[in-house]
Design a protein. Structure first.
Lengths: 280, 298
């Protein structure tokens, strides 16, 4: 699937708080429905780059949910305002327009595509990285693939998205378990504690792990899966100016030396296709 | 009709080397890219004699109205380029300029000979922002080194040689004069400005390489002045670039005497920035025409 050539303006259909995060929706009347794991380059039409200053470059944001819209497809993005770009996206008002380029990058593979004998999926998300897993979870459920979802957050302020993306009605979906470092929700500790327990179980070998989150968490997931002999796909993040292979900024080291460009060779990569996930 | 050293072009907007990977863009956007290709000529990423992996991340950093990069010239090397990339670049609907760089005259000569003999290649751009391993000096920062390199390369190909000038010198005009004396057909400028940033979360340099090159609208007034200084010093044409983001920006460079303009960083924000800027130039030209016609009728 190729993306429509160039960037295009999309109208903001909504923007609401979700815990400490925001979920905003755009209506795209030109592009295809994205696959789970894909992302867009986003820049507000106003208050972005004109008159100098920052934000200047578009921001790469994964899709958290899609839905048919009257004129095209609705794209939902989960964001946390941590810098000038994401803060501007958090302020988007309905009726404003956003330049988008995409959908870009590859997408998650089904468990059987990863490993013919695989039967189920374990989704491991951390913080804002739960976004692409929400869309992937819905696709897996629609395909009848058994799954467990493990989501972790630092604390109450740095958490969100559950109400819209991982709830059925008022309550959390039954396949979802939570962890939080401050203990405000679920297991007090890391989400990777939950994963370690699950990988020690009898049927873990038949699952494929899908993960997105902060680099330190992804590295822990990669190492746990490697140790347990469980295949995993990681949705990585890397500083990206363009999203379509032009800037060569999003270099990620490969295990055999050299680098991949995450925008065109990812963002979803097999655990064994990257060297250690770099983290500070 | 704008032209590149005698090669007629559909409009005056090309890309800056290293800011557009037409092969990757075609993978992302499909063949629609060829039908609406944003540039009137395509300049490749810089090719070196041997393959290069490029620098370790972090490679880019956003700054006010711009960005700093230290990519490190990842490329497949001469053999890989000729075998894998050149056939694909030859499918682009516009003339192809190949950018080359080496750290010594014999290696530079090997690149120019090998690339110059390929009929798919319309012109060669010399990236001289590199050290000469023998003298230790950055070729493009020294008029004598630049002239000596051109004198070596000029006899090797009849194709146009374009020298990409660095802005990190006190007198870019002197380097341009040396390039002209050595037989260059054109100069292009500016390359990025040396720059750095600190990641305040760590207190360490933001880029793994410690420093990089600044591009984007932040550098535009500097680029324009360097262009003026160079054009005052030489007769050969200049390709002007540095932070061009709109037709109005491009008009400034063309009004200052640039034969063509190149777009770099703006393509990261808008994959079709090249054709948008060309269209904005055309609209501005059309807007001027009716007034002239009306005057003719008076």
């Amino acid at each position: 699937m190729t993306a429509p050539l160039g960037r295009r303006p999309c109208e903001v259909a909504g923007n609401r708080a979700s815990g400490g995060y925001r979920i905003f929706s755009l209506v795209d009347s030109e592009g295809p429905t994205p696959e789970p794991g894909q992302f867009y380059m986003l820049a507000a039409e106003s208050g972005w780059g004109e008159g100098g200053g920052r934000p200047f470059l578009p921001r790469a944001i994964s899709v958290a949910e899609t839905a048919p819209a009257k004129a095209g497809v609705r794209l939902d993005f989960l964001v946390e305002g941590v810098g000038p770009g994401t803060s501007r996206l958090c302020e988007l008002e309905p009726g404003e327009r956003v330049w988008i380029t995409g959908p870009l990058g590859n997408s998650f593979s089904t468990p059987k595509q990863v490993r013919p004998g695989a039967a189920g999926a374990i989704l491991v998300g951390g913080g804002i990285g739960i976004a692409p897993l929400a869309l992937w979870r819905r696709h897996l459920v629609e395909r009848g693939i058994p799954l467990r979802v493990l989501l972790g957050f630092r604390n109450r302020r740095h958490s969100g998205g559950l109400d819209e993306l991982f709830c059925a009605g008022e309550s959390l979906c039954p396949d979802v378990r939570l962890a939080s470092e401050d203990g405000h929700a679920g297991h007090q500790g890391y989400v990777t504690d939950l994963l370690a327990t699950m990988l020690a179980g009898d049927d873990a070998g038949s699952a494929v792990v899908y993960s997105c989150g902060p680099p330190a968490m992804l590295e822990a997931v990669r190492a746990l899966c490697a140790e347990a002999g469980v295949a995993c796909e990681l949705a990585l993040e890397s500083p990206m100016a363009c999203g379509y292979g032009a800037c060569f900024g999003c270099a990620v080291p490969k295990p055999d030396g050299g680098y991949m460009r995450l925008c065109v060779d990812g963002p979803v990569v097999r655990g064994d296709a990257v060297a250690e996930v770099a983290h500070a | 009709m704008p032209d590149l050293c005698g090669i007629e072009l559909a409009h005056p907007v090309i890309n800056a080397s290293g800011t557009y990977d037409a092969i990757a863009a075609r993978r992302v956007f499909g063949d629609a890219l060829l039908e609406d290709f944003p540039f009137s000529a395509f300049v490749s990423k810089t090719i070196t004699p041997e393959p290069r992996a490029g620098n370790a991340p972090q490679r880019i950093w956003e700054t006010p109205a711009g960005m700093i990069n230290s990519i490190g010239l990842p490329n497949k090397g001469l053999e890989g380029f000729l075998a894998e990339d050149l056939p694909q670049l030859a499918e682009l609907p516009v003339p192809l300029v190949v950018s080359v760089m080496a750290t010594g005259q014999p290696e530079f000569a090997r690149l120019v000979e090998a690339v110059g003999e390929r009929e798919e290649v319309a012109a060669i751009e010399l990236n001289v922002s590199c050290p000469n391993v023998h003298s230790g000096l950055i070729v493009g920062e020294q008029p004598s080194e630049t002239e000596a390199l051109l004198e070596t390369l000029r006899p090797l190909t009849p194709k146009p040689l374009i020298v990409k000038l660095t802005p990190n010198v006190a007198d870019p005009g002197a380097v341009a004069v040396a390039a002209e004396a050595g037989g260059a057909d054109a100069v292009s400028l500016i390359n990025t400005l040396k720059a750095s940033a600190v990641d305040l979360r760590t207190g360490a340099p933001a880029l793994a390489a410690g420093h990089g090159g600044l591009s984007g609208p932040a550098v535009r007034p500097i680029a324009l002045q360097q262009l003026r200084a160079v054009l005052a010093a030489v007769e050969i044409p200049a390709i002007g670039m540095g932070g061009i983001s709109s037709g109005a920006d491009a008009s400034e460079f063309l009004a200052a005497g640039a034969a063509l303009v190149a777009v770099g960083t703006e393509s990261f924000r808008d994959p079709l920035a090249g054709s948008r800027i060309a269209r904005e130039l055309e609209i501005a030209a059309q807007a001027r025409k009716p007034r002239e016609a009306a005057l003719d009728l008076d």
